[in-house]
Design a protein around this ligand. Structure first.
Ligand code: AHQ
Length: 236
């Protein structure tokens, strides 16, 4: 097998997303169908917060491991997008507002009081992956966001349609993130294509995306198992 062209490489990433991205997970299917209870939504929001607050930590690990200034400039911006700055409260703050919107106390999220073991270990595995693999594999693992904008747009419509008990003003996270996700994933894709200069590195980049799809899937498995369909309890 020889080095993949740009088009072939991109198609490999698209195939991974098509088969394994978490938009296909039963939890998201039920969320979008309006089938979830307040308690199930709260469980999801509280556990996704652990993922969100670890994003800038893994981005800082990637930035520290990357010797290319032009790449670091993009990743420093990603940290600011989540942690915020004087001009913008940031995505983590917007997620805390979402938590309040679904009836959770900020401190419950900040102190991981509702965090499930499976979510903790999936997210910690992601942070460890980025902190221990090549920086290009770290960039490749973020490319799940190629598929995030449409998912977040669909999710926002579902939340506004089916879950009217949530104040729409607290859903700003899902209004602000899609354009940043598009910007970041386009930059990440160009970076991975530019810096993978062997077939072996290209294959490692695709494997990194597969790993990250499993990180996202495992988080929803933990939430689904805990509060939607506990093992051994028939759904009907
Ligand atoms: O809100 C999300 C986010 O800030 C990020 C950063 C990015 C990364 O660096 O891995 N991935 C990501 C994602 C976010 N939201 C998820 C969702 O379903 O709301 C999707 C997730 C992703 O696709 O990786």
């Amino acid at each position: 097998m020889q080095f993949w062209s740009r088009e072939e490489f991109i198609e490999k990433f698209r195939q991974v997303g098509q088969q394994r991205y978490h938009d296909r997970h039963p939890f998201h299917q039920r969320l979008h169908a309006g089938e979830l209870t307040r308690a199930q939504i709260q469980c999801w929001v509280a556990n996704r917060f652990y993922y969100q607050k670890n994003i800038p930590i893994k981005d800082a690990l990637l930035t520290a491991r990357c010797p290319v200034r032009e790449v670091r400039r993009h990743w420093v911006q990603r940290i600011i997008d989540h942690d915020g700055c004087s001009a913008d409260p940031g995505g983590i703050e917007r997620w805390l507002r979402l938590g309040e919107g679904v009836g959770l106390a900020r401190e419950d999220l900040e102190k991981d009081r509702l965090l499930l073991p499976g979510v903790r270990y999936a997210v910690d595995a992601y942070v460890h992956f980025v902190g221990s693999r090549s920086w290009v594999e770290g960039v490749a693992s973020s490319l799940t966001e190629l598929f995030a904008p449409q998912l977040m747009k669909d999710r926002l419509i579902a939340l506004e349609t089916h879950y009217r008990w949530i104040d729409p003003a607290t859903m700003t996270y899902f209004r602000c993130r899609p354009p940043l996700a598009s910007r970041d994933s386009e930059n990440g894709l160009d970076t991975v294509i530019q810096y993978c200069d062997s077939l072996e590195q290209q294959q490692r980049a695709v494997a990194a995306l597969q790993f990250k799809c499993d990180v996202l899937w495992a988080q929803l498995d933990a939430v689904y198992q805990h509060c939607v369909a506990p093992a051994g309890v028939p759904l009907s």
